[in-house]
Write a protein that binds this ligand. Sequence first.
Ligand code: ATP
Ligand code: PYR
Ligand code: K
Ligand code: MG
Length: 578
Amino acid sequence: MAQALHLFVSSPSSGQTLSKLSFSRQTCSFISYPERRIPFSVVRRSISAISSDLESSSSARVLVSDIGQGGVLSADSSAIEVDAVSEAELKENGFRSTRRTKLVCTIGPATCGFEQLEALAVGGMNVARINMCHGTREWHRSVIQSVRRLNEEKGYAVAIMMDTEGSEIHMGDLGGASSVKAEDGEIWTFSVRAFGSTLPERTINVNYGGFAEDVKVGDELLVDGGMVRFEVIEKIGPDVKCRCTDPGLLLPRANLTFWRDGSLVRERNAMLPTISSKDWLDIDFGIAEGVDFIAISFVKSAEVINHLKSYIAARSRDSDIAVIAKIESIDSLKNLEEIIQASDGAMVARGDLGAQIPLEQVPAAQQMIVQQCRELNKPVIVASQLLESMIEYPTPTRAEVADVSEAVRQRADALMLSGESAMGQFPEKALTVLRSVSLRIERWWREEKRHEAMELPDIASSFSDSISEEICNSAAKMANNLEVDAIFVYTKTGYMASLLSRCRPDCPIFAFTATTSVRRRLNLQWGLIPFRLGLTDDMESNLNRTFSLLKARGMIKSGDLVIAVSDMLQSIQVMNVP
Ligand SMILES: Nc1ncnc2c1ncn2[C@@H]1O[C@H](COP(=O)(O)OP(=O)(O)OP(=O)(O)O)[C@@H](O)[C@H]1O
Ligand SMILES: CC(=O)C(=O)O
Ligand SMILES: [K+]
Ligand SMILES: [Mg+2]
């Protein structure tokens, strides 16, 4: 599929050929040289960087020549869609200060109303997460419908993530109570018996039939990874009597793990399938409702992800639901690379992860997962307890702010609220904290020029992908060197947008795509501002149309410096907005 490779440098005023390297065979790139702001030496340096990158990876050559800018703007009626929040941010603060880190909010009783959802959308929620551990399908459907209505009526582009229950051991509902306090020394009964609608006092229902057989007297029972602890003191048939050793609040359907001699007991529940029969019904529900992401709890291997992906491909019309692997078990850490490789993204699910490995190992695991995801070009979400105290209080602790900062500094794609937004008292305030901490840390990073030395490995599996990768790496480098205002990427599948995001450039990335579902999926990725725009194969016309539409809406202005990258032509162009 050989195409001609051209790298054009245009000087609108001189009309001269500025430099010529040599001929190409594979791809087609354009660079226009805007006289206004950049010394030509810088452009030349960037071009030779691209040439040598391409040369080292292939036999492609780069041609540098001069063409006219051709920036005639045509009035165009076809609309461009961007979400209302990004638009307002761009207008008010300009490109540079847009938020790069994406925000996911778990929706629960505290946030399921239309106005509450709207407040989260205004506050910067990029993805709404529904957790199938809780609530009925009817409840979840009404949340999905509200989010869709919000998007349609008010111009937001909030994506929807469905999170499966998974088949680990957990407690049942607390007979309707939103939480119950377990005090030090109290004796509680954990039972697999079916109780009617009313639970006897100090009794907890357990979902896993083998529970009473598996535990032994002396085992330690951890609720939610240690938020509350019990010691097993007696077994009576299906009932397990436990003494509370660490008091705390029991929440409905909280996860249960048990430990013996300092390590997690997992022989028996390792036999439970990752995707339970209830999960499959939930997945069918998610496919039917057209959710954008399905997050799979307690993934153990790549196999289950591959299985789910083919299941979705066979059932979903456009098979465009992204599968997110939740890393929250020892097995998922063991098989991390193959799991991430198979998935469309991953979540550092610190809640359950911290129940399976010692707590002090969670930060290192987080760092490793975030790094691997970036290397493999998969978006990564850091989740759980980011602002836990804000479930009850309007202000976060200093330690929580430091934790959020660390995730932003690690350049995770997204941060997630769980209980803070699902059932906390201050969902909007918690979102504001995530937003303002993200913005502040990102700015600090740019101002201090803390480009990390992360060497991104080559991931392309074809020559064409390799060109895309080189172009994106070079475009990001050029964007930083030239201090451009934004990178524009025209992308059919979103792949090139993700490659640019992976480079974590200083400037925001405007991603233009023709498909609504691709646009919503890009919502999860660092630094991308997704737009929906009808695209043609003619890049000049795409560019001109974008410029006129964005200018008309006040999102860019003449003279802004942009680098445009396209996966249709595999091209790069540097230009001032005419
Ligand atoms: N749809 C819902 N209905 C009622 N309560 C909910 C709902 N979603 C979340 N919650 C509440 O918010 C808390 C935190 O939500 P979160 O999604 O982190 O759940 P979780 O039970 O910790 O499971 P997971 O490990 O999947 O995150 C839950 O424990 C539950 O009390
Ligand atoms: C998010 C999640 O599932 C966890 O932290 O366990
Ligand atoms: K879940
Ligand atoms: Mg979990």
